[in-house]
Design a protein around this ligand. Structure first.
Ligand SMILES: *Cc1c(COP(=O)(O)O)cnc(C)c1O
Length: 412
């Protein structure tokens, strides 16, 4: 939903130059149409297969984004009590919430049980024992799936790959049946599913499909042993094309390949997409502060930095950078850098790009996932506002932080 009309870049029907001039920069901008279209692509493609699309809150936890998805009927995949609080504040239905993560605290489990979430994706036997004890105290039963580690290589960046046995995530799939067996003695737990999530930004989904085969096999074995397994949670992980060279299947094609495997299983399916719902729906708008040259190197200094968008610094991630107003000048090759005092503070390196001048706006594309949520106040920089576009309308859904915000909660 970001495209040029004449020489002006729009988000839906909003010219980004106007928006940036009025809201200031840096600023995150999200297209509601794009978020909803991606959610519906999952929901529609799963079709008549009993299913729940649990949006992975950690990708973008803005209340306005959550509210949009909640109204569309989404469930949510959370990894903390804070994310559950956000879902509830946004009007999300706790009975459609699954709680993932390797280190849930007792307080978080209590909060989740009190809120009536749908179930827990568990990653260790001690976690199962804790949930059972807290459920017993409350006099409720807690549904759980074990997150199995299928030992498949997601072939993505090592920091966001989770499905190999050397990773901290999940329980070795070969040991899972024994763990389900021992969990029977926990009288307040109900083993109603099997879950797995092998990583993020996966461009070739064949490792996910391989993990699905393994999870299906396990689910069938568990059912044969009398466990009440009713659903398979396949996690998230489908990537997006950050540049033209990357190719990833469209959501419907990907879901169709899942469906083909699950149709005969009699199991319901949960998916937990994050990035593929919000990633391409967002951009970070920055203003050019300076141009400078050091030796043969050309720099475009902008007012957004690694504290606003850390993906380039953290993962060496590529984000397309487009001028908000196109000009006819020949392209330059430059590093796009921010004001933070780190050489690792860059948004792009050696990038062929528009020949921009101080005062021009740039759009850092595909910043809707793992963008604002990973931002920080490093260098005491107030965090950027978040803006939601709906057709020709836009509104600030999170205000730009102020200097007062920076010191809130501190004492001398
Ligand atoms: C991060 C995460 C997701 C979402 O991953 P994406 O790559 O953003 O789709 C889903 N499930 C779990 C358990 C996760 O940790």
């Amino acid at each position: 939903m970001f495209s040029y009309s004449a020489n002006d870049l729009y988000c839906e029907q909003v010219p980004l130059a106007d928006l940036a001039a009025r809201a200031g920069t840096p600023a995150y901008v999200y297209s509601s149409q794009s978020i909803l279209a991606n959610y519906r692509a999952y929901d529609d493609a799963l079709g008549d297969l009993p299913h729940l699309v649990c949006y992975a809150v950690k990708a973008n936890s803005s209340l306005a984004v959550l509210a949009l998805l909640a109204r569309a009927g989404a469930g949510f995949d959370i990894v903390s009590g804070g994310e559950l609080y956000r879902v509830i504040q946004a009007g999300g239905d706790p009975s459609k919430v699954v709680f993932s993560g390797v280190g849930k605290t007792a307080a978080e489990v209590e909060y989740a049980l009190a809120s009536g979430i749908r179930g827990f994706n568990c990653e260790s036997e001690s976690e199962l024992a804790l949930i059972d004890a807290l459920a017993a105290r409350r006099g409720v039963k807690a549904a759980f799936s074990i997150r199995v580690n299928p030992d498949v290589d997601a072939a993505t960046h090592p920091y966001i790959s989770t499905g190999l046995s050397r990773h901290k995530f999940g329980i070795d799939i070969r040991e899972a049946a024994a763990v389900y067996g021992r969990a029977r003695r926990h009288t307040c737990l109900v083993a109603d599913g099997v879950s797995c999530h092998i990583g993020s930004q996966i461009l070739d989904p064949s490792p996910i499909l391989e993990a699905v085969d393994k999870a299906l096999e396990l689910a069938a074995a568990l059912r044969a042993q009398g466990h009440p397994i009713r659903h398979l949670d396949l996690g998230g992980g489908l990537g997006i094309a950050y540049n033209e060279r990357e190719k990833t299947p469209a959501i419907p094609a990907y879901v169709e390949s899942l469906r083909a495997k699950l149709r005969e299983s009699g199991l319901a399916v949960t998916v937990e997409p994050g990035r593929s719902i919000v990633g391409a729906a967002g951009a970070l708008i920055a203003r050019v502060l300076y141009r400078k040259r050091n030796g043969s190197k050309e720099f475009v200094v902008v007012d957004a930095a690694m504290n606003d968008l850390i993906r380039p610094s953290l993962y060496g991630a590529y984000h397309e950078i487009m001028p908000v107003r196109r000009n006819r000048l020949p392209q330059i090759v430059a590093d796009v850098v921010g004001p933070v005092c780190e050489s690792g503070d860059f948004l792009a390196r050696d990038r062929p790009m528009a020949d921009v001048m101080p005062g021009d706006f740039l759009a850092v594309r595909d910043a809707g996932a793992y963008g604002f949520v990973l931002s920080s106040n490093y260098n005491s920089r107030p965090r950027a506002p978040e803006i939601l576009v709906e057709g020709a309308a836009w509104r600030i859904v999170r205000a730009r932080e102020t200097h007062e915000d920076l010191v809130r909660g501190e004492t001398l």
